[in-house]
Ligand binder design. Structure first.
Ligand code: RTP
Ligand code: MG
Length: 139
């Protein structure tokens, strides 16, 4: 299986609730290498663009407000089969359905405020990584 990359954010709830260190520990203990990392905050335009695929969904306005209300941690992660394995590590969107041992089981509080993002394809991982990090910030 090829070594490749995925993109993640610790969402504003995860940062507000003091879980940055614990979530990064779960990520590195899960075998992911951190190749880019920063604390930043999305503007409304950033969040609208990042989640444009959900623009027609009823929760879009709430999602944009949530994702911009405080800082996030953005990171690029490297591992064999990174995209799929990271989706497994974060768990289901709704924490009530997330498996034991997943980041969302441990730290998400609701389907909307679910602590972390993970890219859903290699193509989106590349787009999302370039959205947040310049080439010289990707190690
Ligand atoms: P993400 O993109 O953030 O990794 O999450 P995901 O793939 O597991 O879920 P997705 O369907 O892409 O939804 C994106 C984010 O929108 C919020 N959401 N709220 N209130 C709701 O019913 C609802 N549904 C989704 C969540 O923050 C979700 O992660
Ligand atoms: Mg998604």
């Amino acid at each position: 299986m090829a070594t490749n990359r995925t993109f993640t954010m610790i969402k504003p709830d995860g940062v507000e609730n003091g879980h940055i260190g614990n979530i990064l520990a779960m990520i590195t203990n899960g075998g992911f290498k951190i190749v880019s990392l920063k604390l930043t905050q999305l503007t409304t335009a950033d969040a609208q663009a990042f989640y444009a695929v959900h623009a027609a969904r009823p929760f879009y306005g709430e999602l944009v407000a949530f994702m911009t209300r405080g800082p996030i941690v953005a990171a690029i992660l490297e591992k064999e089969n990174a995209v799929e394995d990271f989706r497994t590590l974060i768990g289901a969107t709704n924490p009530a359905e997330a498996a034991e041992g997943t980041i969302r089981k441990a730290y998400a509080t609701s389907i909307g405020e679910n602590a972390v993002h993970g890219s859903d394809s290699d193509e989106n991982a590349a787009i999302e990584s370039a959205f947040h990090f310049a080439g010289r910030e990707q190690f």
